[in-house]
Design a protein around this ligand. Structure first.
Ligand SMILES: [Zn+2]
Length: 76
């Protein structure tokens, strides 16, 4: 298979895989706050699943309202 077709194929698979995830974000908290450091992360952050990241947050607005600061790595 020519390389460009392979890339298009992989991108299509990635889009298909991402679509249900985006609709599920309405029920799944897209952000998590670190209860110790009071820093919040988005779901794509490498720290999203950290041990102290136990506070589910729906939006950056909610995070800030609860006293969390945006993560410097992911931007919150
Ligand atoms: Zn982060």
């Amino acid at each position: 298979m020519p390389r460009i077709l392979t890339i298009v194929f992989v991108l299509t698979l990635a889009l298909l895989a991402a679509t249900p995830g985006m609709t599920a974000q309405a029920e799944w908290p897209a952000y998590r706050g670190n209860a110790k450091s009071r820093i919040y992360h988005n779901s794509g952050c490498k720290y999203f699943n950290c041990k102290a990241c136990t506070v589910p947050l729906v939006s950056p607005q909610e995070a800030r309202a609860k006293g969390f600061r945006a993560c410097k790595v992911c931007g919150g």
